[in-house]
Design a protein around this ligand. Structure first.
Ligand code: SAH
Ligand code: SF4
Ligand code: F3S
Length: 439
């Protein structure tokens, strides 16, 4: 085995959910602590970390094509590490199929990257997909950098085992990070410039912990404590499961000023028969009842969701029921996916897999309806006077982009800085953004 020159620059490319993006940031911080620097935009990096997602087929395939394309300008290959959920699920396979990959590291083991890197620099190929008892969070460096809007993983893993989903296998069992650690991390993020924090978890509303008084609290306990951080302006959380929407959290939507009126609450299907096959453990009715309770305390709340079309056995009637719930709820936004059979999940071997043509056709119909709903939601916002959190400059000179409380993109003109909260009137709406006028 040859000794390679130690990498000096790195790039982390994240392909997955927001928690995967959070992990990517943390890996970057870890590498920075090791003396590496982030490669500048457009420059080649000595070390490339592909932080992968396994949720749907294309995600994994993309990894292999990316590995193949990672050549540097001088023709040499960077040191390649594959991290994230594909690494967890297919670590061995990757090592076999892609000899250029020198490190494979799972989502619960990436705090061990420095040690792995030292071994890779000695010419070894290293795999670590353990789910160690020690938590990675304790071993990661303190947060020192943040953008205006920051992610904070509070909960990880999933015990729900929906029959289509790989997350319980790639991320492991549900764990809640301790209250004190999270408040400390939140404070550091705010000190580093965060004005908005989004609390993350595969089942974020299943978070539970012990507050400073020794009381057991749910996610609302964290939210209420963070509400008291003076320089923090906004709190969000995602993704929630309908069955974990406790009354305490719902109440927080009614009286915590910094908690934004937005709830991502996936239902996946509008058919009880399909929900049962999916092992979702809620019905259409119980889902709608949760929304009623949330809207009772916060009538203007924006609801978004995830939908899977073409789950095995989905009939035209089941699909029609999905369209019906979309119509009924009036979603502000939604993510919709064609069902993708994932190896090792129960749904992958169910009878009546749906053809690609039928899935394509259903997805098109669903998305057409969703756009209608999104347009309607945005149009209904015109005339509102609201705060917008400034995020970046727009394409036109003098133009800025930011987010409304309902997570809509808003563009407006004026003289601001990133992180400002500005008061605007929403004057015009399109499907994906709104125009605002300064008050
Ligand atoms: N924990 C979250 C989200 C997990 S993954 C939740 O339960 O809502 C994000 C979304 O990907 C899911 O909500 C689902 O809509 C979609 N998804 C997960 N597995 C999938 C699969 N095998 N095929 C297609 N979409 C899938
Ligand atoms: Fe996957 Fe279901 Fe868990 Fe969400 S709740 S992560 S969809 S198993
Ligand atoms: Fe993908 Fe893993 Fe997130 S599979 S969606 S990166 S938890």
């Amino acid at each position: 085995m040859t000794t390679t020159t130690a990498p000096k620059t790195y790039r982390v490319k994240s392909f997955g959910c927001q928690m995967n993006v959070y992990d990517g940031d943390r890996m970057g911080e870890l590498l920075t602590e090791q003396g590496l620097t982030a490669a500048a935009e457009g420059d080649d990096a000595d070390l490339v970390v592909l932080n992968t997602c396994h949720i749907r087929e294309k995600a994994a395939e993309k990894v292999y094509s990316d590995i193949g394309r990672l050549k540097r300008e001088d023709g040499s290959a960077p040191l390649i590490a594959v991290a994230g959920c594909v690494a967890q699920a297919e670590g061995e396979e990757i090592m076999k199929r892609a000899p250029s990959v020198k490190m494979v590291v799972g989502p619960q083991a990436y705090h061990r990257l420095p040690d792995m890197l030292a071994r890779a620099n000695n010419g070894e190929r290293v795999t670590d997909t353990d789910m160690p008892a020690e938590t990675k969070f304790d071993a990661l460096p303190k947060r020192r950098r943040s953008g205006t809007s920051a992610f904070l993983t509070v909960q990880e893993g999933c015990d729900k085992f929906c029959t289509y989903c790989v997350v319980p296998y790639t991320r492991g069992a549900e764990i809640s990070r301790p209250y004190g650690d999270l408040i400390e991390e939140a404070k550091r993020l705010v000190d580093a410039g965060a004005r908005e924090i989004t609390l993350l978890g595969q089942n974020v509303n299943a978070w539970t912990g012990e507050n400073a008084k020794g009381q057991t609290v749910g996610l609302e306990g964290l939210i209420r404590e963070m509400d008291a951080l003076p320089d923090l302006a906004r709190i969000r959380y995602t993704t929630s499961h309908p069955n974990d929407m406790a009354q305490g959290l719902i109440d927080a939507h009614g009286d915590v000023g910094k908690l934004m009126p937005y709830l991502h609450l996936p239902v996946q299907s509008g058919s009880d028969r399909i929900l049962r096959l999916m092992n979702r453990s809620h019905s259409v009715e119980s889902y709608l009842a949760v929304l009623d309770r949330v809207r009772a305390v916060r009538p203007d709340i924006a609801i978004s969701g995830d939908f899977i079309v073409g789950f095995p056995g989905e009939s035209e009637q089941d699909f029609a029921d999905t369209l019906k719930i979309i119509d009924q709820v009036g979603y502000a936004a939604a993510f919709s996916f064609k069902y993708s059979p994932r190896p090792g999940t129960p749904a992958a071997t169910m009878d009546e897999q749906i053809s690609a043509e039928v899935m394509d056709e259903r997805l098109k119909r669903l998305q057409a309806l969703m756009i209608e709903k999104q347009v309607a939601f945005n149009a209904a916002s015109v005339g509102k006077v609201t705060d917008v959190l400034v995020e970046k400059r727009g394409r036109q000179p003098g133009q800025w982009l930011g987010k409304s409380p309902w997570l809509q993109s808003v563009h407006f003109e004026g003289d601001f800085a990133v992180g400002d909260l500005v008061r605007v009137e929403l004057v015009q709406a399109g499907p994906n953004s709104l125009a605002g006028k300064l008050i």
